[in-house]
Design a protein. Structure first.
Length: 449
């Protein structure tokens, strides 16, 4: 059984997929969803140019990693978003970015670009991108961008960066109101359908998604400048992973063993160095359970699955090993990994806010000591993470309803955002919205171990 699962995971890493080849872009029209070029216009997604006939490889790579719109040779002002398609807040920001671009261009011509960092890692590293989405304004003749806040609007861009008079901005935006379609209402990725909570099947997709997100997270980290603090966090993360993932994820354990024997700082200096120790993921996609039909998506879902697997794994490790892991220490490792290696800005900030504020009684439930008869105490780690994850699900559901112009969710609708659903685990939930911790833990153990 274990060998079959290991073979499945190996296949999961290296399988080819034409659909995955196009994954990773947010602003290329998704024809499978009926999107047209006009739906994302005027935003221009940076797609790697083709090699010219007779062009030397070195010259081609230089042209790919230094596009004209990011160089001093560009003679016009422009705005560039650096993003990752897997980042939920980047997906959420997409219609807003399109809307801002349209409103600005109703008053002044300004080119809006978008760069997918997982595809163009060197570009984002050169631009010192440390979180997604990052939006920058580049003045004409400059390769140095100015960071813009996510909540900036067209009026602020026109007045503060293009020096357009307030009266002109007010009159033209008012005159054109109604001509510019609100991207929120025709963006095919957002529908006002009633959502069903995710049901994890008992197949191997959970382990496959988690393994892929583990490797993908390491690959993405090659675009981040390394220092002593980041190296220390990474080593603690690798140590926790190798102890707490199940035998069914033996391929992950094997890669961790190798990484823990190499020079971390040197290995993570470039993507090329790191890829020597990771499987080829260029043609790999997450399962339908995680991707939910969104091209290039699934990383965040798989990472949550990995966190859940690890927290259950800590309990299992402590049951069998004398070198036990304190639940507070394990949680700190996950927290630091998110801070240093998870690049979705809003996601990271929200998680750290919850963690550092000791929400859901983290500081009382998780302990720095480990005793022989503390099984119930160890189980508080996966239960705490489960509560945290459900809080995120509820908040995201509320934000989506607000974006769609829907009314505030009822208690019943909020319950639908939580996992597991009442249909998936009737014994987990109590009348009045409470839950049975033993039943929840058994359910988590069933799906993540």
């Amino acid at each position: 059984m274990t060998n079959n699962i290991a073979l499945f995971l190996l296949f999961y890493f290296i399988k080819g997929s034409l659909a995955a080849h196009k994954a990773g872009y947010l602003y290329r029209p998704d024809t499978s969803k009926g999107e047209k070029p006009s739906d994302v216009s005027p935003v221009i997604d940076y797609v790697q140019p083709e090699k010219r006939i007779g062009e030397k490889q070195k010259d081609y790579q230089e042209r790919v990693s230094h596009p004209l719109f990011l160089s001093k040779e560009e003679t016009e002002d422009r705005i560039v978003e650096f993003y990752a398609a897997w980042c939920g807040h980047c997906q959420h920001y997409k219609p807003k970015y399109i809307q801002i671009a349209r409103e600005v261009n109703q008053v002044r011509h300004l080119t809006f670009h978008a760069v997918p960092c997982p595809i163009h890692g060197q570009i984002c590293k050169d631009q010192n991108v440390k979180g997604y989405p990052t939006v920058k304004f580049f003045p004409a003749g400059s390769d140095k961008g100015v960071d813009l806040k996510h909540n900036i609007d067209a009026r602020s861009i026109l007045m503060d960066y293009l020096d357009v008079d307030d009266n002109e901005v007010a009159s033209k935006l008012a005159a054109d109101k109604g001509k510019v379609r609100d991207a929120r209402y025709y963006y095919k990725g957002k529908t006002a359908t009633k959502q069903k909570t995710l049901h994890y099947s008992s197949d191997n997709s959970v382990f496959g998604d988690a393994a892929l997100s583990f490797a993908y997270g390491l690959k993405s980290s090659a675009t981040i400048p390394f220092d002593a603090s980041r190296s220390k966090v990474l080593l603690r993360w690798l140590d926790l992973v190798i102890k707490s993932v199940p035998l069914e994820m033996s391929n992950v354990k094997d890669h961790v063993k190798i990484l823990m024997t190499v020079d971390i700082d040197k290995t993570f200096q470039s993507e090329a160095n790191l890829l020597q120790y990771l499987p080829d993921m260029s043609q790999v996609g997450w399962s339908r359970n995680c991707a939910k039909g969104v091209s290039g998506s699934g990383y965040t879902c798989g990472l949550w699955e990995l966190f859940h697997i690890i927290t259950i794994g800590v309990v299992e490790w402590n049951l069998l090993s004398s070198d036990r892991i304190a639940t507070a220490d394990a949680a700190d490792v996950i927290r630091d990994y998110v801070e240093y290696f998870f690049m979705c800005d809003d996601c990271r900030k929200n998680f750290l806010t919850i963690y550092d504020a000791c929400q859901f009684q983290r500081c009382e439930r998780l302990t720095s000591g480990v005793s022989d008869d503390a099984v119930d105490s160890w189980k508080q780690l996966p239960l705490w993470l489960w509560e945290t994850h459900n809080d995120v699900n509820v908040r995201l559901s509320a934000e989506e309803r607000k974006d769609q112009g829907l009314t505030k969710a009822s208690p019943e609708e909020l319950q639908m955002a939580r996992w597991p659903s009442i249909e998936d685990c009737p014994s987990c939930w109590l009348e009045g919205g409470g839950w049975d911790e033993d039943e929840i833990y058994n359910f988590l153990h069933l799906h993540y171990w």
